[in-house]
Design a protein. Structure first.
Length: 335
């Protein structure tokens, strides 16, 4: 068979349907190399959840805590503005599996060269065995919790703050100061706020207090907008919780906006920013923050990262016919 004939054959759709050369009656006229036997056992586990990128002089490592999922039948309760027809269309567009909507839980580690700053700490064992992988992925990055100098907690929900504790409830990070929004600590400490909260929100109070407890003597209370360290600046993004904040990581002309929980389900909430989630302390304010953040990121072509965007959760916000979408950052070998 000539090269020309082979190219013609390979271009046919039959190749995609699995029609082999032999089945097509085209015996190869040359000797085939001996193939190695498939003798390796199946790996049966994913590679470590790590991805690095450089922002100017800073190095950022995305750390995967794992995945959980929202079951389909829970969605109308989770998103009060949920519309089954719209959701069905958006899910089909995003090639999402039926049955449940996967939810990644990510954290981000900033290495300034002099300090290690962790943004959020994952869920540990608080939300089941599919989460709690940050310590393992930190180890895969060659680091230990004792090396972390500073932890910024975007907000005190379990999937972000339960990982501050080890299995015995002690501080997992023995040397880290904890940077928290003053309004966030005040909210979770407020008994009146707890008793007035909707049930979906009320269940977060006790775990938030437990996560804070061993760090009470090393809290750095800030107002969102303040700097944590050179090139690491907090951003007020209220609504999901009263003190919910993001982090702007910048060096020279480069920057990354880590937006915490502005988005939980990107396939639904990016086209529909008004779909706040039941966990939002103030759903109206959360929707307003979401719209403002998308608009800013799309207009200024900002690189963003999110704790529940598909891992590594880094990309660009783009305007689409229906709301917004995310263009994920391609894998890059060189930092
Ligand atoms: Zn979350």
């Amino acid at each position: 068979m000539s090269t020309q004939q082979l190219n013609k054959f390979a271009g046919r759709r039959d190749v995609l349907r699995g029609v082999s050369l032999a089945a097509a009656g085209l015996a190869a006229p040359f000797a085939m190399p001996r193939l190695a036997g498939a003798s390796a056992p199946l790996a049966q586990q994913q590679v470590p959840g790590l991805y690095r990128l450089r922002i100017g002089q800073l190095e950022v490592t995305a750390l995967l805590d794992g995945h959980t999922a929202f079951q389909d039948q829970a969605l109308p309760g989770l998103f009060p503005n949920y519309d089954a027809t719209v959701a069905g269309r958006l899910r089909q567009q995003a090639f999402m599996p039926a049955g449940a909507v996967p939810l990644a839980v990510n954290a981000y580690l900033v290495n300034t060269g002099g300090r290690l700053i962790l943004i959020d700490a994952g869920a540990a064992g608080a939300l089941g065995p599919t989460l709690g992988q940050i310590p393992r992925n930190l180890a895969a990055a060659g680091l230990t919790p004792a090396q972390v100098d500073t932890i910024v907690i975007t907000h005190f929900h379990r999937d972000h703050a339960a990982g501050l504790l080890d299995a015995e409830g002690h501080a997992l990070f023995p040397n880290a100061e904890l940077v928290v929004a003053e309004a966030e600590v005040a909210y979770w400490d407020d008994d009146a706020a707890m008793s007035q909260a909707r049930p979906a929100v009320r269940s977060f109070f006790e775990p938030a207090r437990r996560s804070l407890a061993p760090y009470r003597d090393r809290l750095r209370r800030i107002t969102p907008g303040q700097e944590v360290s050179a090139g690491v600046v907090t951003l007020p993004l209220p609504g999901h919780t009263p003190g919910h904040m993001g982090v702007r990581v910048h060096s020279g002309p480069e920057q990354l906006i880590v937006w915490g929980d502005v988005v939980h389900t990107q396939a639904l909430q990016m086209p529909r920013p008004d779909w706040s989630i039941a966990f939002d302390s103030d759903p109206g304010q959360a929707a307003e923050t979401r719209r403002r953040t998308f608009d800013m990121a799309a207009t200024d072509r900002l690189l963003v990262a999110g704790m529940h965007l598909d891992f590594p959760g880094i990309g660009y916000v783009v305007r689409r016919q229906e709301g917004y979408g995310l263009e994920p950052l391609p894998w890059r070998s060189a930092l």
